[in-house]
Ligand binder design. Structure first.
Ligand code: NAP
Length: 361
């Protein structure tokens, strides 16, 4: 058996990923040391923050590209894990990897054993994982929307956005999503059950958003920045709250003002005039206090059908760089996951749902 692995070939020079940034090789499997286990990757999560780490130098040239994974143990010298166990861990962009007890960059202990009877195991890198907690923390903890308030969520069909939008709906808010193409906007309204969804690709985006928010905006869950954000600002109500989760439209910038500084500068006149509260969101700051509560509430919402989720599933280790670049530019539709190896735990119903449009839950 060989391990196919993607390593960082250079500190990225361009704004967005290019072929020369990553190099693939087949390598011998690592020896399993005491206190370690070898795991086979089943699902790899692709997330915008991975690009920031690479561009910022947190990942060294020659490193296995970082990524959070769901895997199956194939050989274990760890007391708590045995062959066949399903685990959440951080193997990165490779087909096999060693794991040992550790804490990941978001403050999660791993590996963590997964029970396929509770939920499809892919949810550990999706709605029940870091991105679900991100949506939960930003929406419910930071902004605390009240019934009847208007909540706007950008990138509303994406991994974080689809959860944030549904949590605001569960709270009894008027929810308006912002997304790209028509199919995504339809999904946000028809499948996620929110009140309206506006396309940022439309020339009348700002007018459309204003029309969808006749009472202004009380809460804005920010995933995108740029033009999308500028359309939101004039609609903010007095004492509106913003969870600044991300600014994906700016992650390819190479020159000029830092994205965060520009975001603050553009918004400042509105924030001061309207007493708007801006909350920077770093999900790692919520793991210790909210993870347990989040997991039990979210598992129940998934069971009851109140929260649905869509995965954008790619296939095979060779597809990883292409899927990664597509996700950063809006080519994904739902949470971006690459199926690296077989998932023996997936039942026929889950597989059938994936085949018919990726709405898994
Ligand atoms: N603060 C934290 O702790 C934390 C944790 C996790 C994620 N995040 C942030 O959460 C955000 C969403 O992450 P995700 O993993 O859920 O990704 P995602 O929403 O599944 O995928 C990114 C989406 O962003 C939209 N987008 C990309 N470029 C755009 C542009 N130029 N203009 C408008 N929209 C654009 C696209 O949707 P459309 O096609 O609909 O435009 C795309 O599908 C990111 O900003 C990420 O950095 C923050």
């Amino acid at each position: 058996m060989q391990n196919r692995v993607w390593r960082l070939a250079r500190t990225p020079a361009e704004g967005w990923p290019t072929d020369g940034d990553f190099v693939c090789a087949d390598e011998p499997l690592a020896e399993v040391g005491e206190g370690q286990a070898l795991a086979r990757c089943i699902y790899l999560s692709l997330d915008p923050y991975q690009w920031g780490r690479r561009r910022g130098g947190a990942e060294a040239v020659g490193d296995v590209c970082h990524g959070r994974t769901v895997a199956q143990v194939v050989a274990s010298r760890m007391d708590e894990f045995e062959e066949g166990d399903y685990v959440f861990n951080t193997l990165g962009w490779q087909t096999y990897g060693l794991m040992g007890r550790d804490v990941d960059i978001f403050g999660y202990m791993f590996p963590r054993k997964l029970d396929p009877a509770l939920a499809p195991i892919s949810t550990a890198v999706g709605v029940l994982g870091m991105l679900g907690l991100t949506a939960y923390s930003g929406t419910l903890v930071q902004c605390n929307p009240q019934p009847g308030e208007t909540v706007v969520v950008s990138a509303a069909s994406g991994g974080v956005g689809q959860v944030a939008a549904q949590l605001a709906r569960i709270r009894g808010c008027r929810v308006v999503g912002i997304a790209g193409v028509e199919a995504k906007c339809d999904f946000v309204v028809d499948e996620l059950g929110v009140d309206a969804c506006v396309s940022h690709l439309s020339e009348s985006y700002a007018e459309d958003l204003a029309a969808a928010c006749p009472d202004g905006i009380d809460v804005y869950f920010e995933n995108v920045g740029g033009k999308v954000y500028e359309g939101v600002l004039p609609l903010l109500n007095t004492r509106a709250r913003i969870s600044l989760c991300g600014m994906i439209s700016q992650y390819g910038n190479v020159d000029g003002e830092d994205a965060g500084t520009a975001w603050q500068r553009i918004g400042a006149p509105y924030f001061e005039r309207q007493s708007v509260a801006v909350h920077r969101l770093f999900v790692r700051n919520f793991v210790a206090d909210y993870q347990e509560r989040f997991l039990s509430e979210m598992a129940e919402w998934i069971r009851s059908g109140d929260v649905r989720y869509r995965e954008d599933l790619w296939h095979g280790i060779d597809a990883v760089p292409e899927a990664f670049a597509a996700m950063l530019k809006g080519g994904n539709f739902g949470k971006t996951i690459v199926a690296i190896g077989d998932d023996p735990s997936a039942d026929a119903e889950t597989n059938a749902r994936r085949e018919s449009g990726n709405i898994v839950g």
